[in-house]
Design a protein around this ligand. Structure first.
Ligand code: URA
Length: 436
C-alpha cells in the first residue's frame, strides 16, 4: 500500500500497516522499517502512530535483524563521524548510568595514556543519575562544546576527549526518545539498544565497551533484563563492524564515596593519583583492561599507569585542552548536614536509588533539561556497607547551597540505610563479561 505525502510525493508504505504487523507479533520487512524511521524523522509519520508502534515493540519485541535495521535507519537520519584519519585505534565506553558513576573521568585519560584515542561524546544528567558533562563543568573554565575539528585535533594531540555529543548524531533517536519518555515505552529493550547504539556507531569508534548496570540504582533493576540488553547491544555493535563487549556491573550501592558533581571530580582525581575508593578503582581498571584488549593491548599494565602519574598527565592535558584549569579549587557547598550513626554496629545496605534521588534533590541533578545544576551539591559518604561504626560517628554529609533542601533529601533517604549486627552479603561488582 502507498500514500501521498504533502507536496504530492508518493510514500511507499503506510504507517498503519507497519503498526499492524508489529501489533500482531510479526516481523516488519526491512524496507518498511527503514521507511517508518525516516518518515517519522521527516514528521510524515505522526507521534501517535510512532507511539503505537513503540508500544507494539515493547509488548512483542523485535528480532535481531529488525533491531539492526532500525539502528541503521536511526544512524542514517544524521551525520556519521569518522576518526579513520587519526592513524590510531579509537575505543569508547558507554555506561547505562548509575549513582556515583564517575568512571568516565579517570577511565578516558587512563586508556589514552596507552596510545589509543578515546572519544567520549557524553550527555548531561537527567533524573537521579548524574551527567559526565555536569561533573566536568565543576572545573573552572572547562568547555563541553567542541567542534568536530577540535575533537579530532585533541584526539590527535592528547588522545582523550570528553565533550558534548553534537545534535547531528542520530536525530531520529532524539525525537523517538522524547516520545518514549511520555508514552511508557522507555523500557523496551530493542528500543533502548537501538537508541544507545545508533549514537555510538554514528560516532565512528572502532571499538566499544559497554558498562551495563543492574540493581536498585540502575535503569535495569533486574540482572536478566540487563543481560538481555547487553547481548542485544553487543550483537548490534558487532553486526556494524564495531568490536563490542560488555560488562554487567552491580549498581545496588552508590559507586565510591561521592555522589554529585565537584565531589565526583575530586574523587576521580584521587583515582588518577593512585588512590581513591576500592570499588571505583576496580571498575576503572576492569573497563580499561577491556578497552585496551579491544584496542590490541591485552597485557597493558593499567594499575601502573594510575600509580606512576601517566594517566594523571593525560587528564591534565585533556582538561587544559578544553580551557579548564586542573589546579583551580573546586566549588564548595555553602551548607552541610552530617548524618551520624544512631547506634554502634555494622553498616547494612545503602540503596543506590534513594541516595541518587537525595543528591538530585540537593541540587546535584536537574528535573528539566533546561535547569542548571549546583556543582557543589551532593553527598559525601564516609562509610560503605559492611563498615563497623560506633554511635555518633558520621555516616554521610549532605552538601547544598540552601539548607531548605536538606528536609526533602533526608525524606528520600528514609529507610535507605541501616546499622545492624551483621555485615550484609557482599556481591561482586563485575558480574559477567558479555561478548559476541
Ligand atoms: N539511554 C539512551 O540513550 N537511550 C535509551 O533508550 C535509554 C538510555
Amino acid at each position: 500500500m502507498s500514500a501521498s505525502a504533502p507536496g504530492g510525493a508518493v510514500e511507499p508504505f503506510d504507517a498503519v500497516d507497519v503498526i499492524r504487523i508489529k501489533r500482531d507479533g510479526g516481523q516488519v520487512p526491512d524496507d518498511a522499517l527503514r521507511w517508518m524511521i525516516d518518515a517519522y524523522t521527516r514528521e510524515y509519520v505522526a507521534d501517535s502512530q510512532m507511539a503505537a508502534f513503540a508500544m507494539s515493540v515493547l509488548l512483542n519485541g523485535m528480532t535481531r535483524d529488525e533491531i539492526r535495521v532500525m539502528t541503521d535507519a536511526m544512524i542514517a537520519s544524521g551525520e556519521r563521524m569518522s576518526f579513520a584519519g587519526l592513524g590510531k585505534p579509537t575505543v569508547d565506553k558507554h555506561s547505562t548510568g548509575g549513582v556515583g558513576d564517575k568512571i568516565t573521568l579517570p577511565l578516558a585519560p587512563l586508556v589514552a595514556s596507552f596510545g589509543p584515542a578515546v572519544p567520549q561524546l557524553s550527555g548531561r544528567g537527567l533524573g537521579h543519575t548524574g551527567g559526565t558533562l555536569d561533573k566536568l563543568e565543576s572545573i573552572r573554565g572547562w568547555r563541553a562544546a567542541l567542534s568536530n575539528d577540535e575533537i579530532f585535533g585533541q584526539l590527535q594531540d592528547v588522545g582523550a576527549v570528553i565533550c558534548a555529543a553534537g545534535t547531528g548524531l542520530a536525530p531520529a533517536d532524539k525525537r523517538l526518545y522524547a516520545l518514549r519518555d511520555v508514552t511508557g515505552t522507555v523500557e523496551a529493550i530493542p528500543l533502548i539498544a537501538s537508541s544507545i547504539m545508533s549514537k555510538k556507531i554514528a560516532e565512528g569508534t572502532d571499538a566499544l565497551v559497554l558498562d551495563v548496570k543492574f540493581g536498585s540504582g540502575a535503569f535495569m533493576k533486574d540482572v536478566d533484563r540487563a543481560r538481555e540488553l547487553a547481548e542485544a547491544m553487543v550483537a548490534l555493535g558487532t553486526d556494524s563492524g564495531v568490536a563490542t563487549t560488555a560488562l554487567l556491573t552491580n549498581m545496588d550501592t552508590p559507586l565510591g564515596l561521592t555522589i554529585g558533581n565537584a565531589n565526583e571530580v575530586r574523587e576521580s582525581v584521587e583515582v588518577l593519583a593512585g588512590g581513591g575508593p576500592a570499588d571505583v578503582v576496580e571498575l576503572t581498571v576492569a573497563l580499561a583492561r577491556e578497552m585496551l584488549t579491544l584496542a590490541g593491548q591485552p597485557d597493558a599494565d593499567v594499575e601502573a599507569a594510575l600509580k606512576d602519574g601517566r594517566a594523571m598527565d593525560t587528564w591534565r592535558a585533556m582538561i587544559r585542552a578544553q580551557d579548564g584549569d586542573p589546579d583551580a579549587p573546586l566549588p564548595t557547598p555553602r551548607e552541610t548536614h552530617v548524618v551520624t550513626a544512631p547506634a554502634s554496629g555494622v553498616v547494612g545496605a545503602m540503596e543506590a536509588l534513594p541516595f541518587g534521588v537525595a543528591a538530585w534533590r540537593l541540587g546535584a541533578g536537574r528535573a528539566r533539561a533546561q535547569d542548571p545544576v549546583v556543582h557543589a551539591a551532593g553527598i559525601d559518604l564516609h562509610v560503605k556497607p559492611g563498615d563497623k561504626v560506633t554511635a555518633g560517628q558520621p555516616l554521610f554529609t549532605l552538601l547544598a547551597d540552601d539548607e531548605k533542601r536538606f528536609a526533602r533529601a533526608l525524606d528520600a533517604l528514609e529507610g535507605a540505610w541501616s546499622i545492624g549486627a551483621e555485615a550484609p552479603a557482599s556481591a561482586p561488582l563485575v558480574l559477567e563479561r558479555i561478548t559476541a
